[in-house]
Design a protein. Sequence first.
Length: 291
Amino acid sequence: MRNTTVPERDHLDQAYETLAELEHEFTIESLLSRQTNRWPVVSARGLSRTYGKGDAVVHALRDVDIDITEGRLTAIMGPSGSGKSTLMHILAGLDRPTSGTVAIDGVTITDLRDRELTQLRRDKIGFIFQSFNLLATLTADENIVLPMSLARRQADETWRRTVIEAVGLTDRLTHRPSELSGGQQQRVAVARALITRPAVLFADEPTGNLDSRTGGEVLALLRRSVEEFRQTVIMVTHDAGAASIADRIVFLKDGRIVLDRERMTRDAIYDTIKHLETPVAEPVAGVAVEV
Ligand code: ADP
Ligand code: MG
């Protein structure tokens, strides 16, 4: 072993100390910048959507502003008819607002022509539907890479394997949807949504057609995609259990955001939804209520 003189050792120790300090600072700094760099992947301003005209007009969304930060799972909740699907469809560029703007990954999609919008959806957005929406004639593998095939792009082989392994479908790749269980089909749909590495993944009631166990597997998978791949996920759900895996929960009522919270327990979410579903009793002055 080489003998080091004392001054030399001091020198080394000091160097290591400085390195350790630098490393520490670097980590803290990168963590901090990660926090502050959480710019909105989806940003919407003044969104309104009405259906119908005159007396029959329905205000599905009323002046909604929302920013969705990167690498988090946001749940959108609310009573039936509160505007959840309308909001999701507009944020995902599947529908256009009556007024207001939506930007995805810095592109104002409400300014785009239909063709450009289709292209942007293909490049930047992943979808998971309640009813899986797989193509019956294609194998699991072909369904998974379909977005790439449609864009005439080749899936990166390492990424393809990572995704297939993550969803646990390695030994089901040649099966067609009819040969797969509901949970497996939805896992194919998750893989199909992840394969393009979308800026944002939208899930509309992803567990709505699944029993609680397989639903739980799909939710765990969505959570993993956030933790491991820093995937941004927006999930519409009416299930308090599903929403309890979210980092943030946005509650809608009558087309407006009425509550916007960080992580909540299943019970707290359940109570909130129950509260929102209860119509506010209008006090009527001077009228005795007959029982
Ligand atoms: P949620 O998904 O929360 O159940 P929706 O976004 O589907 O709510 O609907 C919000 C409101 O807009 C409801 O009152 C619904 O009846 C109405 N609505 C949704 N789509 C249409 C449509 N295509 N035509 C007319 N009204 C609609
Ligand atoms: Mg809906």
